[in-house]
Design a protein around this ligand. Structure first.
Ligand SMILES: [Zn+2]
Length: 321
């Protein structure tokens, strides 16, 4: 029995944790489609499955590419205290001040979003359907990551405060438990963002400000729960895994005052608004008439490679564990 418990707890703590979890990323991209105007829905609606499924490609790429990891987070508290005036928001100024190596090692999600937004705008200008879909799906991932408080903290998995596992708890376990049953994702319409850089930094600063709450509340709650109530063993796909119990998860969500639902809703709004902004900035091309409608052999192979590496491989660079 002891052996089983040891094996399962290892499984629990060594499972790679993903930004927002695959479940939430797929939902965010899926619901973001419904905020778009009709001129964009003609493309996004028939391709909603692709947009949703491929929202997780950037996480799969972390198994292929060393440089991928830092695009998903920023350890912003490395740069001082909120609102981190020491850290320049412009990429060139930031690398001038701290060197590119250092900036990369502490994470670069806000800057990477700007790069992706630029690429998506270009794809709209080129009227390249394959590129538009691929970049929309992936941009959605990084924007959603920027909304996760623990993606803006050095203590990203509670490893500094003995709260290992909190990363996946917040962004996977709770959405999987509650999103379909209780949360509401119908959110008005996408809006034009006049300053993309400013917008995303505001979201990152909000995430950073909330990271302390995410950690503090779990710490307090943990003290009031006996360990056998805090965790439960559940069977998933034939494997028994150690999980935060439903009772513990629901209590945590209540104490956070629905922060996770709110952050997910804000992610959906932001993702849709970035897509819309890229399209407007490209001159609102007619999406009924696009070129390159089929993915090339090379692109299809890349999708396959991502899947294979993710299934078989070890994550390159930092894991949130
Ligand atoms: Zn991610």
């Amino acid at each position: 029995m002891k052996k089983i418990i040891l094996a399962t707890s290892l499984l629990f703590f060594s499972l790679p944790v993903f930004s927002w979890g695959f479940f939430a990323h797929k939902k965010i991209n899926y619901y973001a489609v419904f905020l778009l105007p009709p001129e964009m829905l003609v493309l996004y609606k028939p391709n909603i499955d692709f947009i949703s499924e491929h929202s997780v490609d950037p996480d799969k790429r972390r198994y292929v590419l060393q440089e991928e990891g830092p695009r998903h987070y920023i350890d912003i508290d490395h740069y001082g205290t909120h609102p981190f005036p020491e850290l320049p928001r412009k990429w060139e100024d930031a690398i001038d001040k701290f060197s590119q190596d250092s900036i990369r090692s502490y994470g670069m999600v806000p800057w990477w979003i700007e790069i992706m937004q630029h690429r998506l705008t270009k794809a709209f200008i080129e009227k390249d359907q394959s590129k538009i879909l691929k970049l929309s799906a992936e941009l959605g991932h990084y924007i959603a990551d920027a909304h996760v408080p623990l993606h803006a903290s050095m203590n990203h998995n509670g490893q500094l405060t003995n709260q290992q596992g909190i990363h996946g708890f917040w962004e996977s376990r709770i959405p999987e438990l509650l999103a379909d049953k209780e949360w509401d994702f119908f959110i008005g319409r996408a809006q034009y963002i006049s300053n993309v850089q400013e917008f995303i930094w505001e979201r990152v600063l909000e995430s950073a400000a909330q990271a302390d709450t995410v950690l503090k509340i779990e710490k307090e709650l943990s003290r009031s729960f006996a360990s056998d109530n805090k965790y439960a063993f559940e069977e998933r796909n034939g494997i028994i895994t150690k999980q935060y119990s439903s009772t513990y998860s629901i209590s945590y969500n209540d104490k956070l005052n629905n922060m996770i639902e709110r952050r997910m809703r804000q992610s959906i709004y932001a993702v849709s608004s970035f897509w819309y902004t890229a399209w407007v900035n490209a001159g609102q091309p007619d999406l009924k008439y696009l070129t390159n409608k089929n993915f090339s052999e090379e692109e299809l192979q890349e999708f396959e490679k991502l899947n294979q590496s993710w299934r078989n491989g070890a994550m390159k660079g930092r894991n949130e564990d």
